[in-house]
Design a protein around this ligand. Structure first.
Ligand code: WAQ
Ligand code: MG
Length: 250
């Protein structure tokens, strides 16, 4: 699902405001329920009222890959002044260059929020997404039915068993499962959701409270990738390869 707003006659792609997006892998008998949930979500979004909602349903023919959900932790940041240096330090410790961190922060603080994610090369800091206006939209992912209970119980213990966390964790886990991706940073574009995250195979999914001030409409996602990675192959995996995430045994 994607919901956007162009606001009247001068509707051009350039003036389109991204409101909300969502995607998942579902069984056929769940389609009508999920489609109406997505429509409801689009129509009651803190970023505003959309004037266009696009719902796409596609049959998946290939057998999904399986990948583990990342372990979850929460950093003790009490303000953006603490969260930003924590984020930068952790990225540097994962091998991301200063240049790449600077490029990422520029994307994440832009007023023009992308619908998808930016791809930034680890050392050079160069952008690698094929469409800079749109970004790369990760899709075709879901959590295995058998793992939903385990995941729900684990998150409930930390009082974070929400759809927002489950969906972000699943997305981050699909992204981290690709060998060319070294780390991800996410800041919500919802003005009232101020917890972001940093994810990588090495660190797991690290929630970062107060990564931005409440009321801020800016946000986005950045995937840091190997300098040698073939962007077309990576995009094909992120946008189209079906992946089911499972909760690994502790
Ligand atoms: N693929 C790529 N990028 C995406 C996707 C996607 N499927 N969905 C969203 N984005 C990008 C896009 O640039 C959005 O502007 C940005 O991410 C933020 O999206 O554990 O709600 O849906 O409590 O606002 C983090 C949860 C929630 C942290 C993140 O993101 C926690 C969130 P939003
Ligand atoms: Mg959002």
């Amino acid at each position: 699902m994607r919901a956007s707003r162009t606001g009247g006659a001068a509707s051009s792609a350039a003036s389109e405001l991204h409101i909300s997006g969502a995607e998942g892998l579902y069984e056929e008998q769940d389609i009508s329920r999920v489609v109406s949930q997505y429509a409801r979500r689009a129509l009651s979004h803190p970023r505003g009222r959309p004037d266009k909602i696009v719902l796409t349903v596609e049959e998946i023919r290939e057998r999904p890959l399986r990948a583990p959900l990342l372990p979850v932790s929460t950093a003790g940041c009490a303000s953006p002044e603490e969260a930003r240096p924590f984020l930068e330090r952790t990225l540097l410790s994962l091998g991301v260059s200063k240049r790449a961190v600077t490029a990422a922060l520029k994307t994440l603080s832009s007023r023009k929020t992308l619908r998808g994610a930016a791809l930034i090369r680890l050392r050079s800091g160069a952008h690698a997404e094929p469409d800079r206006q749109r970004g790369v939209r990760v899709s075709r992912l879901g959590i295995e039915r058998e793992s939903l209970g385990t995941l729900g119980r684990r998150l409930a213990k930390e009082r974070i068993n929400t759809a927002t966390v489950r969906e972000a964790l699943a997305l981050a886990s699909k992204v981290a499962a690709h060998p060319a991706v070294v780390a991800e940073v996410c800041i919500s574009d919802d003005p009232d959701y101020t917890t972001g995250y940093l994810a990588s195979r090495r660190s797991g999914y690290v929630r970062i409270p107060h990564i931005k001030e409440a009321g801020d409409m800016r946000g986005g996602r950045v995937f840091f990738i190997d300098d040698e990675a073939e962007a077309d192959d990576l995009n094909a995996y992120l946008e189209r390869r079906a992946v089911l995430l499972y909760a690994p045994k502790p």
